[in-house]
Design a protein around this ligand. Structure first.
Ligand code: ADP
Ligand code: 5GP
Length: 204
């Protein structure tokens, strides 16, 4: 049977809710492609250019906007973040699933550009747990933690635009749920059903 295009998965939710941790587990377990975003934020200790992000200057980012190089981009917590278009399209065309860990505005823009994308919203068990995860991660200043917490409910208000949601309490369960969603999505009847019908017609 002819090879299908890959599926695009968008993972969003408040900062500190566990998106990065979940994506890392999914990638370890199943061979999806993770889209590395471009950002103007500074690297955190241990973050590597080209792995977590492509860390660029504001000028470089704006040049890429002008060149039409982003599938979507947004300003999040005073920095630019964007999804490089070429890699995503290329991998999908080759039949790989691609995962984006992006903010809610970005997720909604992807949905506009590619309505077939699957949007998954990750919720924290409570705002108190979210605070303790952000503080426990220890990568932001106190002021930045407050900024991220201050945005959490505004982001959650847009959950109605998403296809699935997961409360990230026990990590292994969240990973399992995403794997189940991916399994179910792989069996979704595609828009283009002709190749499936042709396959069986040719056997008549
Ligand atoms: P995000 O990518 O959404 O900003 P992270 O993946 O960086 O969030 O997670 C924030 C912090 O919470 C990290 O220190 C991570 O180890 C921790 N964490 C993530 N998921 C869980 C979970 N299910 N239970 C407990 N701690 C978690
Ligand atoms: P962080 O600074 O904690 O790595 O990320 C902050 C927020 O930016 C997170 O919600 C993350 O999902 C989001 N983000 C990361 N990359 C992108 C991107 O390419 N586009 C958009 N719109 N948001 C992104």
């Amino acid at each position: 049977m002819s090879r299908n295009k890959g599926k695009l998965y968008v993972i969003s939710g408040p900062s500190g809710t566990g998106k990065g941790t979940i994506c890392a587990e999914i990638l370890k377990e199943i061979g999806n492609e993770f889209s590395v975003s471009m950002t103007t934020r500074s690297p955190r200790p241990g973050e590597v250019h080209g792995k977590e992000y492509y860390f660029v200057t504001k000028e470089e980012f704006e040049a890429n906007i002008a060149a039409g190089g982003f599938l979507e981009y947004a300003t999040v917590f005073d920095n630019y973040y964007g999804t490089p278009k070429e890699m995503v399209i290329n991998r999908l065309e080759r039949g790989y699933n691609v995962i984006l860990d992006i903010d809610v505005q970005g997720g909604l823009n992807v949905k506009k550009a590619m309505p077939e994308a699957v949007l998954i919203f990750i919720l924290p068990p409570s705002l108190e747990v979210l605070r303790s995860r952000l503080e426990g991660r220890g990568t932001e200043s106190r002021e930045d933690v407050e900024k991220r917490l201050g945005q959490a409910v505004n982001e959650i208000k847009l959950i109605g635009e998403y296809d699935y949601y997961i409360v990230n309490d026990v990590l292994e369960e969240s990973v399992q749920t995403i794997k189940s969603i991916m399994l179910a999505e792989a069996s979704r009847v595609p828009e283009a059903v002709k190749p499936i019908i042709k396959e069986y017609e040719s056997q008549q």
